[in-house]
Design a protein around this ligand. Structure first.
Ligand SMILES: *Cc1c(COP(=O)(O)O)cnc(C)c1O
Length: 418
């Protein structure tokens, strides 16, 4: 299945979803980006350069691990995990960012900007900018700056300027809007490194292309290690980039693909980010593209929630909206409570600490594995690692010893000041 074959339709559309909804002033810039992306995609040397950069800088190929203890304990399908948590900077985001860094060289631009919510994408972008020698500005909602100090610390020390956005709800969607404004003003020398497979064309296709390295590796590794392809593949879905990445390895196979969204406080709570698994989203146009959004009847965006900041977003990859309507990808949701339980289980049985985002995929897989036969195989994409999220995870697990450690640190700083 080539979802990017636009020969019989409108380029950049997946069914009715996708498109380019931007102010006219940005049309030339988007066109320039599209032309450059088409050249890169058609040039095998570009892909080779991309792969060798990730091999030498980020540890690719990341391994696949067979979870023998967890599989035995659940008594059903054999569980395998694709370890994108082992990337430099701790998640799959580096794949997209390094790819766009190379593309930016071809564009001949020396300045990059990016939006970030929890700070993971900003952290990866600041890392890339340091390596490539680009000027870098990261837009982040003021609320997120206040609650994600560790990532802000790294971005600033890597040489990026972090701008706290004080418009709107002061969170991710406001940071996206601030990026768009910067881009309009500085498009001659600036490339916008969008962090997920959302936004105007060509971003959904371009980010998916860079992330497809996950699925290409995983397909080969499963054949080698398990002797055959998995029956099901699970991935968490925020904007949809890590899921598109791994799913692309299996589109043409008889493999069931399961996207796992953030169920937050659960169905009917309006405190979640499940656009497709729950029935609360509707089709709309915002932030440059058409997809399912969590919005009210007037088209104003709802507040969203997840224990995993990286899944806490109003929209979803337009390709997924289309594949879901076609019945090609199934969507489920995991609640905050289920995520905390699954994280404890994977830590204790396997010594793995998935990011809270990735743990959503584990929840669904752990629920379904016991209903499958022992000869069946499932593959989970571990998009990121949780040890980088120690503040968030310690809060989520309500760890008393961690709190007294933080109190002690605060006392120490106060004493040093006096
Ligand atoms: C940002 C993030 C996500 C969500 O983004 P997608 O584009 O849906 O992949 C998932 N996992 C981790 C570890 C992240 O940092």
């Amino acid at each position: 299945m080539d979802i990017f074959d636009f020969s019989d339709g409108r380029e950049g559309y997946y069914g009715e979803f996708g498109g380019v909804f931007l102010p006219e002033i940005l049309h030339a810039t988007i066109e320039e980006l599209l032309v450059c992306f088409r050249e890169c995609k058609a040039d095998p040397k570009f892909w080779q350069e991309y792969v060798s950069l990730l091999q030498n800088y980020s540890g690719r190929p990341t391994p696949v691990t067979h979870l023998e203890n967890l599989s035995r304990q659940l008594g059903g399908a054999q569980i395998y995990v694709k370890r994108d948590d082992l990337n430099h900077t701790g998640s799959h985001k580096v794949n997209n960012v390094m790819g766009q860094g190379l593309l930016c060289q071809r564009l001949g631009k020396g300045r990059v900007i990016a939006e970030t919510g929890a700070g993971q994408h900003g952290f990866a972008t600041a890392t890339m900018a340091a390596k490539f020698g680009y000027d870098c500005k990261i837009y982040m909602g003021a609320v997120d700056v206040a609650r994600q100090r560790p990532n802000v610390f790294w971005m600033e020390n890597l040489g990026a300027e972090v701008i706290a956005v004080t418009d709107g709800q002061k969170t991710l969607k406001d940071a996206v809007n601030a990026c768009m404004r910067d881009w309009v003003t500085n498009m001659a020398d600036t490339h916008y490194i969008l962090g997920t497979a959302c936004g105007p064309h060509p971003f959904p296709e371009m980010v998916s292309w860079f992330q497809s390295i996950i699925g290409m590796e995983a397909r080969e590794q499963m054949l080698k290690q398990a002797g055959r392809l998995p029956d099901r593949v699970y991935a968490c879905v925020g904007g949809g980039s890590n899921a598109m990445g791994i799913f692309q390895g299996f589109f043409d196979d008889n493999v069931e693909l399961v996207g796992c969204e953030a169920g937050g406080h659960g169905v009917g709570s309006y405190m979640h980010s499940a656009r497709l698994a729950y029935d609360d989203a509707s089709v709309g146009v915002a932030q440059g593209y058409k997809t399912y959004f969590l919005q009210n009847d007037q088209g104003n965006m709802n507040e969203t929630h997840s224990v995993a900041a990286g899944l806490d977003y109003i929209g979803i990859n337009p390709i997924f909206s289309y594949l879901w309507e076609q019945g090609k990808v199934r969507f489920e949701a995991a609640t905050d409570v289920e995520v905390k339980e699954a994280l404890k289980l994977t830590m204790r049985t396997e010594g793995l600490i998935p990011a809270l985002e990735s743990t959503h995929a584990f929840v669904t897989a752990i629920k379904e594995a016991p209903t499958m036969g022992k000869e069946e195989i499932i593959l989970i994409n571990q998009s990121g690692r949780g040890d980088k999220d120690i503040f968030t995870i310690a809060d989520a697990l309500d760890d008393a010893k961690w709190k007294s450690f933080i109190d002690g640190k605060a006392d120490q700083y106060r004493a040093e000041k006096n």
